[in-house]
Design a protein around this ligand. Structure first.
Ligand code: IPE
Ligand code: IPE
Ligand code: MG
Length: 246
């Protein structure tokens, strides 16, 4: 029986973020090129989207390409960008059928024109959907995002549009690329790496972390449900004591 039956409906996280890792190792284990792993990872993206829609997750952020990933071999970067365009185009109908609204975070201007166009088109064609917001982090890193935010705040102060005593946590959040989304309650990272890799460092301040050894192309719906069930068993104290929560 599916693990889905064990999920408590009124305790489903509103926002789940995933560091989709391990595609290269998955391919290498089968004697294939790294890109074969990326291609097979698309099925896991589909599963995560469908599972999110089915259980009522409202925001799903997927780390698809980091600022640091620009340091990979050119062939791999090109293949990833092509795969991105191809997947977005292919998945458009399915996103609309499922009520998925596409958004992005990251330095999108830095992506190849073909990616920018495919993203713009898909964002436009899915903008009225309201079941799940799918946020793709592309050419994204947390330090890039925070540096940008600080620059913008400094400019506002220089131009006398903002005063330094107006700076607080809410103001900082409003300058981040995630300003219109709630912070994730759950972060999943696949492939056995126990690190954040420059992802949503501000937003993850109180997020529950779930690390699994499963490589991303093997991460199916049941794996997703397992992470949700694990999350639902945790006590989120936010600095308080257990007694205070009762
Ligand atoms: C994640 O898989 C996909 C991206 C970072 C784009 P990797 O390509 O990092 O796979 P491993 O970690 O080398 O196995
Ligand atoms: C993190 O994975 C980035 C994405 C999943 C897009 P990496 O595989 O690039 O992370 P590190 O460099 O091993 O930490
Ligand atoms: Mg990796």
């Amino acid at each position: 029986m599916s693990l889905k039956t064990q999920i408590i409906p009124n305790k489903v996280p509103q926002h789940v973020a995933i560091i989709m890792d391990g595609n290269g190792r998955w391919a290498q284990q089968q004697g294939e090129l790294r890109i074969f792993g990326h291609t097979n990872g698309v099925e896991s993206v589909r599963s995560a989207i469908t599972a999110s829609v089915e259980i009522g997750v409202e925001f799903l952020t997927l780390y698809a390409f980091s600022t640091e990933n620009w340091n990979r071999p050119k062939e791999e970067i090109d293949a990833l960008m092509n795969l991105l365009v191809q997947s977005i185009t292919q998945e458009l109908d399915s996103m609309n059928e499922q009520g998925v609204k596409l958004e992005t975070i990251g330095d999108i201007d830095n992506l190849p024109k073909s990616c920018q166009l495919a993203l713009k088109d898909a964002i436009d064609k899915t903008k009225k959907n309201d079941k799940l917001t799918l946020i793709l982090a592309l050419s994204y890193s947390s330090r890039w995002e925070i540096t940008n935010a600080i620059t913008k705040i400094a400019l506002q102060i220089e131009e006398n549009k903002l005063s330094s005593n107006e700076i607080n946590e809410d103001l900082i959040s409003s300058y981040l690329s995630t300003s219109s989304f709630p912070d994730p309650e759950l972060l999943i990272r696949t492939s056995g790496e126990n690190r954040i890799s420059n992802f949503l460092m501000w937003q993850l301040a109180y997020t529950e972390l779930f690390f699994t050894d499963i490589l991303w192309p093997d991460f199916d719906k049941e794996c997703f449900y397992k992470a949700i069930i694990d999350f639902q068993k945790r006590e989120r104290r936010f600095g308080k004591t257990t007694e205070q929560l009762k």
